[in-house]
Design a protein around this ligand. Structure first.
Ligand code: SF4
Length: 174
């Protein structure tokens, strides 16, 4: 096991004290920098930085940053959700490290979903049933990771499946 444990620090946004939800830092017991290229192959980071080593993931609208000794997660409901996500990351880090002899390490970022690829699967009627001003705004929220195919009520069932498949290349279940 590479990562034996962590200590959570939960805090509110420093920029908006009225904001709902919390952010967290997980202070890691162990240095995970050597595992990051293997984890990147498994999970596919949207951003990968080699020096100092860190990667960023988008998971269910949350931005997760992993550094050698710290994990940061934003837009959490509460401490319970923070614990669940960091425990999932601990499992993924340890699984990737355990399987490193079978994994080709990578420092290439997988990238974000492409706006046009999202937009072309939407009805493009600007009907506003999703609560956004236009389909373009909706698509940009999808690219950020805060919305997905389930948030567009009139989307065609086949397009819903295709968009879900497309987004699954960039997002993960925890
Ligand atoms: S509900 Fe769907 S079709 Fe309507 S504006 Fe939103 S994204 Fe476009």
């Amino acid at each position: 096991m590479l990562l034996s444990g962590f200590k959570l620090e939960i805090f509110k946004s420093h920029c908006d004290s009225q904001a709902k939800g919390v952010h967290c830092f997980a202070h890691l017991n162990d240095d995970i920098s050597e595992a990051l290229p293997y984890l990147n192959t498994v999970l596919g980071a949207s951003v990968y930085i080699t020096e100092p080593p860190s990667l960023m993931l988008q998971v269910h609208g949350k931005l997760i940053t992993l550094e050698s000794r710290k994990i940061a997660v934003n837009a959490l409901k509460d401490r319970a959700e923070a614990e669940k996500i960091v425990a999932w990351l601990q499992r993924e880090i340890n699984d990737a490290w355990r399987s490193r002899h079978e994994i080709e390490p990578s420092t290439e970022a997988l990238g974000k979903p492409v706006l046009l690829e999202v937009l072309k699967r939407l009805p493009r009627t600007n009907c506003r049933q999703c609560g956004e001003a236009t389909c373009m705004v909706f698509a940009s929220r999808v690219v950020e990771g805060s919305l997905d195919q389930e948030d567009c009520p009139p989307i065609d069932p086949q397009a819903r499946i295709e968009l879900k498949e497309y987004l699954s290349r960039f997002r993960f279940e925890y």
